[in-house]
Design a protein around this ligand. Structure first.
Ligand SMILES: *Cc1c(COP(=O)(O)O)cnc(C)c1O
Length: 348
């Protein structure tokens, strides 16, 4: 890459093998259902999540949106965590386009909603209330340091959903990070949800794309919703070819990203002026803060990191940062990050 970019795993460029596969991809018109590479990707995604069918979409946001629209409609209610991506960072799509009413619940340090609170939030069949249709969950949990939630939590959510006839959709943008961190197949997690979206374009390095997975009937409905939002793509096999490499070659190596994030967190803990909780770093994200006695702010530090070493890191507030590891961040880049930050803080 042209810079050392810790801002997100979305910045990762496609690998050389992906560029090669994209050049060679067999294609057709996917709106006619005739792109063999898209079909192959959808079949593999369905298999890896233990679902009947799948749909290739342009982004994680689109996958969540068409998934939500296929489960619920105008006047329906969706239970969602207060800092879930689907609630905070998707431009309110479920309400804007679906007329779906979010019922927002608190989450704990790892992104879990309290199970009793979820059950209590389900509206009774009374004309005063919107009809609860859907529970939205997320794994790994982005707003909580990319925490990988265990299957047992989703089994509890499933039990509530089953008692009340609700659907469960998982925003699994980083589903495979969650699975690899727990050394379990992704399907062990997704067995408890009706549908799941995961991103090919983050840690899995594809340039574009996400996949929505669920039952054949659900995907049939989601296919129409994808058309509604203008998401039908034509010779999309060019992109799906990279996605096939993501699923075949890039999943197991996510463990390297997690190891490097751990190394980064442990290194940060040794730098005077940095506050970090390495024990909360379970996947590829490291959130850290400046101690109260550090006299400079985060934006000054991120600027200095760029100028000194071409290292890009995201400030998340006046005195806080997020650093994310991915395929293009190796051990040397971790060392350079630590050395550069240590030097900047020593001079401050
Ligand atoms: C990135 C992300 C999304 C959305 O993906 P895009 O491809 O950027 O639209 C959804 N949920 C979570 C948790 C994410 O991190």
């Amino acid at each position: 890459m042209d810079r050392i970019d810790f801002r997100s795993d979305t910045v990762s460029w496609p690998t050389p093998a992906m560029r090669e596969a994209m050049a060679q991809a067999k294609v057709g018109d996917d709106v006619y259902g005739e792109d063999p590479t898209v079909r192959e990707l959808e079949a593999l995604a369905a298999e890896m999540t233990g679902k009947e069918a799948a749909l290739f979409v342009a982004s994680g946001t689109m996958g969540n949106l068409v998934g939500i629209l296929a489960h619920a409609g105008r006047g329906d209610e969706a239970i969602v965590g207060q800092d879930a991506h689907t609630y905070l960072y998707e431009a309110g799509g479920m309400s804007t386009l679906g007329g779906i009413f979010p019922r927002v619940l608190a989450t704990d340090d790892t992104g879990r909603m309290d199970i009793t609170a979820v059950e209590t939030a389900v509206s009774p069949d009374d004309a005063h209330f919107p009809q609860t249709r859907l529970i939205l969950v997320e794994n790994s949990y982005g707003s909580k340091g990319g925490y990988p939630l265990p299957p047992a939590y989703f089994a509890d959510i499933r039990a509530v959903a089953d008692r009340h006839g609700l659907a469960v959709h998982m925003d699994g943008a980083r589903l495979f990070n969650a699975a690899v961190a727990q050394q379990i197949p992704a399907a062990d997690i997704t067995q408890h949800v009706d549908s799941v979206t995961f991103c090919l374009s983050k840690g899995l390095c594809a340039p574009v794309g996400s996949v929505l997975c669920g039952s054949a009937e659900f995907i049939h409905n989601a296919h129409r919703m994808r058309k509604v939002v203008g998401g039908g793509m034509r010779q999309a096999g060019v992109m799906a070819a990279a996605g096939l490499i993501s699923l075949r070659q890039m999943v197991d190596r996510l463990a390297d990203d997690h190891q490097r994030a751990q190394k980064l967190a442990l290194g940060l803990a040794q730098i005077p002026g940095v506050l970090v909780q390495p024990e909360m770093v379970k996947t590829n994200m490291v959130f850290f803060n400046l101690a109260p006695d550090v006299p400079i702010l985060a934006d000054v530090i991120t600027e200095a990191m760029q100028q000194r070493a071409n290292i890009w890191v995201g400030p998340t507030g006046w005195r806080s940062f997020r650093a994310v590891t991915h395929y293009w961040i190796g051990d040397q880049e971790i060392d350079l990050f630590l050395d550069t930050l240590r030097a900047i803080l020593a001079e401050a």
